[in-house]
Design a protein around this ligand. Structure first.
Ligand code: 5GP
Ligand code: ZN
Length: 114
């Protein structure tokens, strides 16, 4: 996807603070952090949103969660707790249409959401 912001970040065409990279996934700090730790975990392969996920994407999405767990531990927020969010579609506040998992933590969060 030539005009996708996160594809450009993954390719290194737009600078970002990367915290993790492997053959399937890249993770970088959100430019407007909503918590002391706010990391976006993104598949290297472009998928618009959960709405267009297929069975083939299942292992990849599982891998996003395992990377989130690893990063939560590395950021020292695993014990205190953290939130994983996947905004899907405009009403949920999705602004970048390349599927991503928000990892948020480091301070108490309000509940419920919205
Ligand atoms: P969404 O609202 O689609 O769930 O999340 C998109 C996230 O991407 C937002 O939290 C926003 O702050 C973040 N973001 C937007 N542009 C950039 C950018 O250029 N670099 C980084 N690191 N994050 C971005
Ligand atoms: Zn993309």
């Amino acid at each position: 996807m030539d005009d996708c912001l996160f594809c450009k970040i993954i390719k290194g065409e737009i600078p970002s603070t990367n915290v993790y990279h492997d053959d399937q996934v890249t993770a970088f700090r959100d430019i407007h952090p909503a918590a002391p730790t706010h990391i976006l975990i993104v598949p290297n392969r472009h998928i618009d949103s959960v709405n267009v996920m297929t069975r083939d994407d299942e292992p990849l999405i599982g891998h996003l969660f395992l990377v989130a767990k690893q990063l939560a531990s590395r950021e020292a927020i695993a014990e205190g707790g953290y939130r994983l969010i996947v905004n899907t579609g405009p009403q949920a506040g999705q602004t970048v249409f390349h599927i991503h998992l928000h990892l948020l933590g480091g301070a108490p969060m309000k509940h419920p959401m919205g």
